[in-house]
Design a protein around this ligand. Structure first.
Ligand code: GDP
Length: 528
């Protein structure tokens, strides 16, 4: 294959995720996006209608929800001359580490806002995460077929709360029952909305030019109102600037209704035109690997077990950073220093899994994991570096986990370590006893662990209180760490990956330990 073709393959890719508050319309947007990608014949098959709120500990419901969101956890589809990868961010009640790590694997984000509600708290939290890497953000104001808030107020709110400049690309005409369509500021055309076309790709009527009398015929009094409004909008808002967008400082804003399948294509047009081509990543050797580097590399950002009842296996999701994956190729597993041959990487076509022949930088491939892969693992073409920036967070909640049947200790440990590898929870084994302590960032994860231990490992486990309130990974030179280990044995444990961890009964206790051992580093995040 010629170099030209290789670069063309990479440059046509766009890898993004949707961030939003629950119920803002992420699933509906996803459906319509896939409809445009022709990955779905008719939209509406991504997720079944939610059957009410699921009980928090109801595993079957969670599984159902998971099963469905899982088929959509990575979706690749063509749009115009481009190839788009859409990564699903988990929709858990708690903000989970998984969500964070998924955002490390994309190059841009679509922020979906319910235009009746404005900026909601989950969106604020997710935006904070995207700020860490200055990820470019495209905004979609959704649900214009309902009575929404004033569009100018919405932009003001995004600017003041999320600290990002807004550049409207489209502007809505009317709202709710009176929603007429949008005016596209860059194309100088009005695209008219028709109701009842949500399941198809609409042949929209387009009226060129703002002064076109056809516009007055089509939308009556709204035409003059629009003309006046636009003067105001253009005076008060920012113009689109590609550079500011790519730095994460300015967001192009679109208006539409996902349910009515209107405006999604405008947003997609913007995405493929402006969003970055696959970006490279930093390594622990202080080097930067570019996507166009023709040697293969990638990192694991998520591990998921038993994704599909038909394939009870574990899949490591690997973002290809550079080069090209080819079926049967050899990869170097940097952390363990071994070469592995990968013949069965998977791609995730909406709803179905297919064996993959080749993949390029920007793509996500699924690797069968038989226990040797962890989150943060780097695969290269022989180089020894590891990609940085894929952290574990120190858990904030702890419980001791105990078996109802003590003979199943081995099964329990195996299950816990595998669940920890997925990154949902962390497991700690104290140096001084045989306890197993589960640590989590969100409270829901404790229930998930018990339910999955039962379903997947046939282990009945229960929780007990444990006197741990915080954990820190411990680093330092070997001698100091050995000395620290002797002195603080009572408060030390190994995590699922055998990393030494200080588990402190109280925050005061942690501060004291930090004072007494200035040569030891106590880290609240750990990069693999
Ligand atoms: P998610 O929780 O963000 O994935 O949101 P969903 O896509 O499941 O949408 C939540 C609810 O809002 C569902 O009942 C959708 O049918 C509805 N919804 C989504 N988009 C629109 C829209 O554009 N207009 C209206 N009226 N409802 C919408």
């Amino acid at each position: 294959m010629s170099d030209g073709n290789f670069l063309e393959e990479i440059n046509k890719r766009r890898t993004f995720a949707i961030i939003s508050h629950p119920d803002a319309g992420k699933t509906t947007v996803t459906e319509k996006v896939l409809l445009f990608g022709r990955a779905l014949q008719t939209a509406g098959t991504v997720k079944g209608k939610k059957s009410g709120q699921h009980a928090k500990s109801d595993w079957m419901e969670m599984e159902k929800e998971r099963g469905i969101s899982v088929t959509t956890s990575v979706m690749q589809f063509p749009y115009q001359e481009h190839l788009v990868n859409l990564l699903d961010t988990p929709g858990h009640e708690d903000f989970s580490e998984d969500t964070y790590r998924t955002l490390t694997a994309v190059d841009s984000c679509l922020m979906v806002i319910d235009a009746a509600k404005g900026v909601e708290d989950r969106t604020i939290k997710l935006m904070e995460v995207t700020r860490l890497r200055d990820t470019p953000i495209i905004t979609l104001m959704n649900k214009l077929d309902r009575d929404t808030r004033d569009p100018i107020d919405l932009l003001d709110e995004v600017e003041s709360v999320l600290k990002i400049k807004c550049a409207p690309i489209t502007w809505p005409i009317g709202m709710g029952k009176e929603f007429k369509g949008v005016y596209h500021l860059l194309r100088d055309e009005t695209i008219l909305y028709q109701t009842g076309q949500g399941h198809t790709i609409q042949e929209s009527r387009v009226i060129k030019g703002l002064d076109n009398p056809e516009l007055d015929d089509a939308i009556g009094l709204y035409a003059d109102e629009l003309r006046e409004m636009l003067e105001l909008v253009q005076g008060a808002s920012h113009e689109f600037e590609l550079e500011a967008f790519l730095k994460g400082e300015l967001s192009p804003v679109f208006f539409g209704t996902a349910l009515g399948n209107f405006g999604i294509d405008h947003m997609l047009d913007g995405l493929v035109e402006w969003a970055p081509t696959p970006l490279g990543r930093q390594t622990d050797q202080d080097t930067f690997v570019n996507a166009s580097d023709n040697k293969f590399s990638g990192f694991v950002f998520k591990i998921q077990a038993n994704m599909d009842p038909k394939h009870r296996d574990r899949i490591a999701f690997c973002r290809v950073v550079s080069g090209k994956y080819q079926k049967g190729m050899k990869m170097h597993h940097s952390r363990i220093g071994k070469d592995v041959r990968i013949s069965d990487a998977l791609t995730f076509l909406a709803g179905d899994r297919a064996l993959l022949e080749e993949a390029y930088a920007g793509d996500i491939i699924g690797l069968h994991n038989h226990g040797s892969m962890r989150i943060g693992d780097t695969f290269t073409s022989g180089d020894k570096y590891i990609f940085t920036g894929i952290p574990n967070f120190a858990p904030e909640l702890f419980k001791r986990i105990r078996l109802k049947d003590p003979l199943k200790q081995k099964q329990l440990l195996k299950g816990l370590i595998q669940l920890a590898e997925e990154g949902a929870v962390q497991v700690f084994r104290p140096l001084v006893n045989n306890d197993l302590i589960v640590g989590a960032v969100g409270v829901l994860q404790f229930d998930v662990v018990v339910a999955r231990l039962k379903a997947e490992y046939n282990v009945d486990a229960i929780y007990e209180h444990v006197n741990v309130s915080t954990a820190r990974w411990v680093y330092g030179d070997d001698k100091k760490v050995d000395e620290f280990k002797r002195k603080s044995e009572m408060n030390l444990a190994y995590d699922g990956g055998d990393n030494l961890t200080y588990i402190a009964p109280t925050m005061v206790n942690l501060s004291l330990a930090q004072e007494r051992h200035p040569d030891i580093k106590f880290a609240a995040t750990r990069e693999q």
